[in-house]
Design a protein around this ligand. Structure first.
Ligand SMILES: Cc1ncc(COP(=O)(O)O)c(C=O)c1O
Length: 444
């Protein structure tokens, strides 16, 4: 008699459990072909060993958070509003938090209405939802070269065609953007949006110059290209006031993404999208089908923290801590790195982009670096097209200044060995690839 559940016959069951091969390989949807573990993910297991100095991961350093204050706010929340906090919430997100998000964005010149904010599960989910509502397979997404690995993963999973646009020390190069748009449009393909990280770029460390922001807005307005402005690091600049967001000057042509992951803590998984009104409606529908609603508990906990704590003072502390680490990394690179390597000096955020001396390959070198107990992310992780092998991303956000110096010392040892090997055995024929291989190392 059937119990209504279809179970595999015993021999099949045995076969399934006796092999580690994927029996479902021919059943996955075509779009999963683009889903492969990122180079960063594969690295985490190794890089998290205590003996390895990890300059790889971009984990925010939240050791300075006042845990007693956060704990108090959460306790208070459970006591006074627990049943609401632990219930399903609105698909668009908590209205009180959305108002507070508007106050946060005002620091970057944005005047927005809470109705146009959609709370998401980190800004990562916002990238996913925007791509989901805009992109069909084969649609073009313009991205900086290099670009954020997590966004590239999303674009790949929706089978978008990523076209990289060169950056230099001042961010995206407007003339190249104009050419890229013209060339894609001439080929008859549809550009769905430009994905850009204007402030303290991940992974390149550069910031889009204020005068270029206007140019980029103009180019996209003329060509009718939507901009997806991803800005998780905007309040983490080391000098002066926060940069004016592009969204502040173009409410209709820009979707702005923000996050509490870097200014508070990533574990709450709360980010947001600010979108033109009609787009916001679609985003809410997409959010509801993805998660029903973003977690009410996290949103309300963040809301109490913002209300009860000097959160801007906390962000200032974070900025000082990251600046000290940036200084440690740049000083170590200046002191020890061979003169033929090049890197930039970021004025905010978490990352330095380093280009190796000619002929060296960061990906090929990585196993030797890990053996020497230092980890980084090879540049190829940040390109959709396999470029970037001569570069690497170095993160200074997490280790102490002493560990950063030690990490750079180990890395320099590995690079010097590679250079010696190359001198002994000759060139592998590697050369700087394409214009955008070394976009942002020439920061003087
Ligand atoms: C550029 C960029 N965008 C988005 C994210 C995702 O952040 P979250 O989902 O934690 O808000 C990150 C995280 O590192 C990032 O660097």
């Amino acid at each position: 008699m059937s119990d209504g559940l279809s179970r595999p016959a015993p021999d099949k069951q045995a076969r399934r459990s006796s092999t580690r091969l994927d029996n479902y390989v021919d059943r996955y949807a075509a779009r999963t072909r683009g889903m492969t573990a990122s180079e960063i993910r594969a690295l985490f297991a190794v890089a998290s060993r205590p003996e390895v100095v990890s300059l790889a991961g971009g984990m925010p350093n939240i050791s300075g958070l006042p845990l007693d204050v956060v704990g108090g706010a959460i306790q208070d929340l459970v006591r006074t509003n627990g049943p609401v906090a632990m219930q399903y919430g609105s698909g668009q997100g908590d209205p009180v938090l959305r108002e507070q998000i508007c106050d946060v964005m005002r620091l970057e010149g944005i005047e927005a209405h809470p109705d146009d904010v959609v709370v998401t599960v980190g800004s990562q989910q916002a990238v996913d939802l925007v791509t989901r509502i805009f992109c069909d397979p084969g649609d073009v997404v313009l991205c900086e070269a290099p670009s954020y690995v997590g966004a590239l993963g999303v674009f790949r999973s929706y089978e978008c065609d990523v076209v990289h646009v060169e950056m230099d020390a001042h961010g995206l190069v407007p003339s190249v953007l104009r050419e890229a748009i013209a060339s894609v449009q001439a080929s008859g393909r549809r550009i769905k949006f430009l994905y850009t990280i204007p402030n303290y770029h991940n992974p390149a460390g550069v910031t889009l110059a204020p005068e270029r922001r206007q140019e980029v807005l103009e180019i996209c307005r003329e060509a009718d290209v939507l901009i997806l402005e991803d800005n998780p690091y905007g309040l983490l600049g080391f000098e002066g006031e926060p940069h004016r967001a592009m969204r502040a000057d173009e409410p209709d042509g820009v979707i702005y993404l923000g996050s509490f992951s870097k200014t508070f803590a990533p574990g709450f998984r709360v980010g947001w999208a600010l979108a033109p009104h009609a787009v916001r409606e679609k985003l809410v529908l997409a959010q509801e089908s993805a998660t029903l609603c973003p977690p009410a508990f996290s949103q309300m906990a963040i809301s109490s923290y913002l209300r009860a704590h000097d959160w801007q003072g906390q962000v200032k502390q974070f900025r000082e801590m990251y600046r000290e680490r940036r200084d440690a990394m740049v000083a170590a690179l200046d002191d020890m790195m061979p003169a033929t390597a090049r890197w930039n000096v970021p004025d905010g955020g978490f990352y330095v982009w380093l280009t190796l001396p000619n002929g060296l390959d960061a990906k090929a070198m990585l196993p030797r670096a890990v053996t020497a107990r230092v980890a980084y992310v090879p540049g190829t992780a940040f390109f959709a097209d396999g470029f970037g092998s001569q570069s690497m991303r170095l993160s200074y956000c997490y280790p102490t200044p002493e560990r950063i110096r030690e990490g750079v010392r180990r890395l320099v040892g590995v690079i010097e060995e590679e250079m010696e090997l190359r001198e002994t055995f000759g060139s592998g024929g590697h050369r700087l690839e394409r214009g955008y291989e070394a976009p942002n190392t020439d920061l003087t």
